[in-house]
Design a protein around this ligand. Structure first.
Ligand SMILES: C[S@@+](CC[C@H](N)C(=O)[O-])C[C@H]1O[C@@H](n2cnc3c(N)ncnc32)[C@H](O)[C@@H]1O
Length: 243
């Protein structure tokens, strides 16, 4: 499954350039029975299977050995779980500073609770919905983290301009044609005036955040310029006293 990230786009390029390493381990390879079973029935009865602790701990031990070979002494062990801390850009930025992370991906009803208690440093959720396994959430986190590694992106500026990096949503973007069926690219973006373009983008960022995710502005101290640009949009749209 992980070929979807490791063999495509920015993550593949970062791997080829040795900006990070990725190992994937299959707990099935750490079983000892003929059927290579990694799951069993849940104690107490009920539907669904649970991933067993023994193959998981053996897999984790190997993952830690692999990390040690890359010089990582204490990798952070993360279990992907709908019950975990909801991921956001701040958490991604924090993970990107870690030397090494081990993602534990569950399946079925999840994994034996004792594995979590004994080994997991942090549980991370993608949101309040349930998917069938932790692999897709882990791939998503890998992509988001690798974007933060210096050199992974062609332009570091495009990372710092992304939504949430400075707590605001990104501004709208346009490319050719300049006029599409009468819908024109805003004049200022074609003006070549870098200062005007910077201001327009900042204003659009603030306005989008205000309209779509107003809670991101709650308690945020805007600079004088940001305040003025947002006020301008509010009065242009006849919204008074709501900032
Ligand atoms: C079908 S889910 C198990 C859900 C579990 N019974 C519960 O309700 O908390 C199987 C696995 O998918 C992963 N998973 C499911 N939803 C997720 C989410 N929102 N965020 C992160 N991982 C998730 C977890 O690794 C989980 O162990």
């Amino acid at each position: 499954m992980f070929a979807a990230v490791s063999q495509n786009g920015i993550v593949a390029r970062a791997l080829a350039n040795n900006l990070f390493q990725l190992d994937t381990l299959n707990p099935r390879d750490f079983t000892t029975d003929n059927y290579r079973r990694i799951d069993d029935k849940t104690f107490g009865g009920g539907p669904g299977m649970v991933m067993k602790i023994v193959p998981l701990e053996l897999t984790l031990a190997q993952a830690k050995l692999n990390q040690a070979q890359h010089g990582v002494k204490q990798p952070l062990v993360v279990y992907l779980s709908p019950q975990g801390k909801r991921v956001d850009q701040a958490l991604i930025n924090q993970l990107a500073l870690d030397q090494g992370v081990i993602f534990v991906c569950g399946r079925y009803e999840g994994i034996d609770e004792r594995f979590i208690q004994r080994n997991v440093d942090l549980e991370i959720s993608l949101g309040d919905f349930v998917v069938s396994g932790g692999e897709l959430p882990a791939m998503l986190l890998i992509d988001a983290i690798v974007r933060q590694i210096p050199g992974a992106m062609n332009s570091q500026e495009s990372v710092t301009n992304d939504s949430f990096m400075d707590g605001l949503l990104d501004c709208p973007h346009y490319t050719v044609p300049r006029d599409y069926c009468g819908a024109e690219v805003p004049e200022v973006l074609c003006s070549g005036n870098h200062e005007q373009i910077r201001k327009w983008r900042l204003q659009q960022s603030l306005w989008r955040t205000y309209q779509r995710r107003p809670e991101l502005l709650d308690g945020r101290q805007l600079t004088k310029e940001q305040s003025r640009l947002l006020d301008e949009m509010l009065s242009r749209n006849k919204i008074i006293g709501k900032k």
